[in-house]
Design a protein around this ligand. Sequence first.
Ligand SMILES: Cc1cc2nc3c(=O)[nH]c(=O)nc-3n(C[C@H](O)[C@H](O)[C@H](O)COP(=O)(O)O)c2cc1C
Length: 167
Amino acid sequence: MDIFELIRTRRSIRKFTGEAVPDDTINTIIEAGMWAPSGLNNQPWRFAVVRDDRLKKELSSLTHYARIVSEAHALIAVFLDNEASYDRTKDAQAVGACIQNMLLYIHAIDLGAVWLGEILKKKDKVRELVEGPEDYELMAVIALGHPAEKKGNGSRKKLDETLFFRL
Ligand SMILES: Cc1cc2nc3c(=O)[nH]c(=O)nc-3n(C[C@H](O)[C@H](O)[C@H](O)COP(=O)(O)O)c2cc1C
């Protein structure tokens, strides 16, 4: 698949089979994230991986998306290390790029994932449950596993609705 096709066909996946994702694969997903660009190459991202059912259940109680969190094979909680941060906007952008790299790699290897943001309303509680230091600020939770739903076509605005200037 060429890179544009890979980007275009990635969809959020919210239903997962019970099939396991090996630790090595999860490590490679995180490494894909770590190859994202960052300002001054400061690499402000930090990760916590959760596969334990009891902990997933606890985390699921913190979000409206409880079913996704408890049924995903694994969760990758992505944090911004405020200690390593030099510019909040740029560092948050770098973490976003990191997350997208992971989502694209997950799609490329025929797994599925969804970027969960709603859980940020309980970001401190999530951090405590994964034993993160106070400087770590939750940016997203990625729920991933083997897809149990088809990747749809998705929908986006037309180019001319978003491109507002060209000279
Ligand atoms: C910052 C951010 C937060 C999101 N939060 C959630 C969420 O809490 N729950 C959820 O089901 N999807 C969440 N999503 C996924 C979006 O709903 C999804 O990307 C969007 O509808 C486009 O669909 P697609 O990813 O299939 O192309 C989030 C995506 C982003 C980028």
